[in-house]
Design a protein around this ligand. Structure first.
Ligand code: SPD
Length: 357
């Protein structure tokens, strides 16, 4: 009898462990229940206190996962087997997800806070009528440089990065479109160029930049700039504005050949489990006070006009990070390049990374 009781006890314990393990596995792959949503965002791209506040206000539990590039995010959603309720792709990835039928149309009635977004950022060519996406943060790609170390040296052209005296002085943000993009811009090609010969030419030119490159980095970029680990970096404007709060010597320029104007957005992937919860989360993030707190924490430029009124004037009037239309009109937004060309960008970027001498 004692043995039977022990056997039942063992089976019971093993079952409990299995249930907990399966639940955890499901949660980490975005399988969410009614009172749960899974949010898939870039690393270091939200004030986690806001997640807590959303959970308290709505009773919805948030499972939060991060990615480090649009390509990684796209692959995860394209592969299926996930049910992310909210994701944060950039504009060209929104186009791609749309083309592949992987987005759920937004119900604007459930997003009353959409009125807070500046009209400048609505109805963009990548998503007319904001049928599938709403803007989250926006910015440019440019050159950050440290004036304490470099004096009054300026960076007006992408080609300034190839100067021989910058040996081992440059950090690059780890992004295929960003790096290939400035390689193309430095040759006066479009950063949406599809001509394979131009793409090879850009890769070969980037290869010649290796002696000046100290490292290719991700979310640690801000910290490396603040700590003066390198005096020059090619990165997203938001990383620089945030770093500048902690290191007054950092400055930022968008080179004269042009650069990228980007928009990160919130979308609901087609495989979402909790559409209503996803709308609630997006609407919460569009609230003026919430968006202001998030902007204050992240340091990137907000498209939320109502939030801008709550932010420090000095921050929102800084044209390096909130460039006016006269400047943004000269910049290019990444376009969805089609499967083959996007794969070529990624392949050439990978080759470039492996070519370090
Ligand atoms: N640490 C968060 C970084 C998010 C940057 N998104 C920019 C994408 C530009 N295509």
């Amino acid at each position: 009898m004692k043995k039977i009781v022990q056997a039942f006890a063992a089976i019971f314990i093993v079952s409990i462990i299995l249930i907990i393990w399966v639940n955890r596995l499901n949660a980490s792959e975005g399988y969410t229940g009614e009172n749960t949503i899974t949010v898939f965002n870039w690393g270091d791209y939200i004030d986690m206190d806001l997640i807590k506040r959303f959970e308290e206000e709505t009773g919805i539990t948030v499972i939060y996962e991060t990615f480090d590039s649009n390509e990684a995010m796209l692959t995860k959603i394209q592969q299926g087997g996930t049910s992310y309720d909210v994701a944060v792709p950039s504009e060209y990835a929104v186009e791609r997800l749309k083309e592949e039928g992987l987005l759920y149309p937004l119900d604007h009635e459930k997003l009353p806070n959409l009125v807070n977004i500046d009209e400048r950022f609505l109805d963009m060519p990548y998503d007319p009528g904001n049928q599938y996406s709403v803007p989250y943060f926006w910015g440019t790609v440019g050159i950050a440089y440290n004036t304490r170390i470099l004096g009054d040296r300026t960076f007006e052209s992408w080609n300034d990065l190839w100067a021989p005296d910058l040996r081992n002085q440059i950090l690059l943000i780890d992004g295929a479109r960003e790096v290939m993009g400035f390689g193309l811009n430095s040759l006066n090609y479009s950063l949406n160029d599809k001509n394979p010969e131009h793409l090879y030419e850009a890769k070969e030119k980037l290869k010649k930049l290796w002696p000046n490159i100290k490292a290719i980095v991700g979310d640690e970029m801000k910290m490396l700039l603040v700590n003066e680990e390198a005096p020059v970096a090619v990165t997203w404007s938001g990383d620089v504005s945030e770093a500048m709060w902690e290191n007054e010597y950092i400055d930022y320029a968008v080179p004269k050949e042009g650069s990228n104007l980007w928009f990160d957005t919130m979308v609901i992937p087609k495989t979402a489990d909790n559409i209503d919860g996803a709308h609630k989360f997006i609407n919460f993030m569009l609230d003026a006070e919430v968006a202001a707190q998030n902007t204050d924490y992240i340091g990137y430029a907000t498209p939320n006009k109502a939030a801008m009124e709550l932010l420090d004037e000095e921050v929102v009037n800084d044209e390096r990070f909130y460039p006016p239309d006269e400047i943004t009109e000269k910049l290019e937004v990444y376009e969805s390049l089609g499967k083959e060309t996007l794969a070529l960008y990624s392949e050439l970027y990978l080759q470039f990374k492996m070519e370090r001498k």
